[in-house]
Design a protein around this ligand. Structure first.
Ligand code: S3P
Length: 171
């Protein structure tokens, strides 16, 4: 079994995929993303899975996608923002190099805005953001080996901070 070199967790819009791709380049490894795995398995976008089958169904698909990816991916892995809600997933992450990418609410609203692709923030994004983070912040912190704040930092700076936090070097 190979374990991921880096696992990124954190809320939607924080830049997990942008930073994850950069990290993968710098480490000379592959990037993988459980949202994309779920979409590929379901054959449709996440917003449609939420709409057609509901969030619990999406969470079940996500749980399976995380398990598979953790077991077979040795590169950089980004998890969907809500993956840490699952207790089994949190247990699975316990010994992995997990980094929590964080941002404050103003940055979140700037970055995510009213993006329809993110069904959980479709209505009143600022309030929903606060509620999501009140429910999840401690879960991100629980699974993470390091926390990297992304506010006012470029993706390159965030990637560097992740490498520093995990004491990893470029390939
Ligand atoms: C979600 C985050 C999304 C996606 C889905 C639900 C969440 O992933 O999995 O819309 O519950 O926070 P990203 O964090 O990659 O946007």
């Amino acid at each position: 079994m190979t374990a991921p070199a880096v696992v990124l967790v954190g809320p939607m819009g924080v830049g997990k995929s942008t930073v994850g791709e950069l990290l993968a380049q710098r480490l000379g490894t592959a990037y993988r993303d459980t949202d994309a795995d779920v979409e590929a398995a379901a054959g449709k976008p996440i917003a449609e899975i939420f709409f057609d089958e509901g969030e619990p169904h999406f969470r079940a698909l996500e749980r399976g996608a995380v398990r598979t990816a953790v077991a077979e991916h040795g590169g950089v892995l980004a998890l969907g923002g809500g993956a840490v809600l699952d207790e089994g997933t949190r247990a699975l992450l316990a010994d992995l190099p997990v980094v929590y990418l964080s941002m404050d609410v103003e940055e979140a609203v700037r970055r995510v805005g009213l993006g329809a692709a993110r069904p959980l923030l479709a209505v009143n994004p600022r309030r929903q953001w606060r509620e999501l983070m009140d429910a999840r912040r401690h879960l991100y912190e629980e699974v993470a080996r390091a926390v990297v704040a992304t506010d006012d930092r470029t993706p390159e700076e965030v990637a560097q901070a992740v490498l520093d936090a995990l004491e990893l070097k470029d390939a």
